[in-house]
Write a protein that binds this ligand. Structure first.
Ligand code: IPE
Ligand code: IPE
Ligand code: MG
Length: 246
């Protein structure tokens, strides 16, 4: 079955989970799983480019992940910086615009420098946007949006009655990105773990049992096919949608 291209998602978000279990299963240290997961990231970008999916957001490190052993945290951070260095030329070649979201105040200067350099260098790229969520927490994101909005009100720049859904959206880290159509989580866990809470209000959810380092182009493509077969009703009835599509 070919994919119905006009039904593909515009924005896919992925909770890349299961690296530690993947490594443990083969008798390796957890960090080996993180290193092996980089290939799955590359493959996922390739699938998005091939299917003209304009935005891919990847959950790479949560605010809660700081609670892990120091060595694991520093390996993940170093891996993100070195991967960014390695991938920049491929991003430029393939027209991938890079962006990162999360609370950047806790990131190291060298990481921010590397990420900002990549954001700058790829600013003109138009084939797709790759968003990496690092030190990300959806609840913190909402608190920070609330604070910015409250200070606009306090300074008289905004009236309370003017606050609407767009006001909130425009103050989130994801301002300007399309809503998330499809949220995938690997590793069999069925939870959101403080990822994009506002942005997934009407997303389709897909939980895959596959551990992240085993995620492949074929698995992602099959999930996209499944997505195109779903009926997104947004509160309406099937009959109304059929009428609408006539
Ligand atoms: C996801 O894999 C990567 C991060 C959270 C950084 P895990 O490291 O959570 O792998 P499991 O869930 O322990 O198998
Ligand atoms: C969620 O995975 C965070 C990332 C994938 C970066 P976790 O493995 O940290 O999630 P929980 O704690 O098991 O829910
Ligand atoms: Mg996990």
């Amino acid at each position: 079955m070919d994919i119905e291209k006009d039904k593909l998602p515009k924005h896919v978000a992925i909770i890349m989970d299961g690296n530690g279990r993947w490594a443990k299963k083969q008798g390796f240290a957890r960090v080996f799983g993180h290193k092996s997961g980089v290939r799955s990231v590359r493959d996922s970008i390739k699938v998005c480019l091939e299917n003209r999916i304009s935005c891919l957001t990847l959950y790479a490190f949560s605010e809660e992940n700081w609670a892990r052993p120091k060595m694991e945290v520093s390996t993940i951070m170093n891996l993100m910086v070195s991967s960014m260095k390695d991938e920049l030329s491929s991003f430029l070649k393939n027209g991938v615009r890079f962006r990162y979201i999360g609370d950047d105040t806790r990131l190291s200067d060298s990481m921010k420098e590397e990420f900002d350099y990549c954001v700058e260098q790829t600013a003109h790229c138009q084939n797709m946007t790759l968003v990496i969520a690092v030190n990300y927490s959806a609840q913190t994101e909402i608190v920070s949006a609330a604070r910015k909005i409250a200070s606009d009100v306090a300074e008289g720049k905004l009236k309370v009655e003017e606050i609407n859904k767009s006001t909130i959206e425009n103050h989130l880290y994801t301002a300007g990105l399309p809503p998330v159509d499809l949220l995938i989580r690997t590793s069999g866990e069925q939870r959101i773990s403080n990822f994009l809470l506002w942005q997934i209000a009407y997303s389709e959810l897909y939980f895959s049992p596959v551990l992240w380092p085993d995620f492949s182009e074929k698995i992602f493509t099959d999930i996209l096919k499944d997505f195109t077969s779903r009926e997104r009703r947004y509160g309406k009835t099937s009959e109304q949608l059929e009428q609408q599509n006539k």
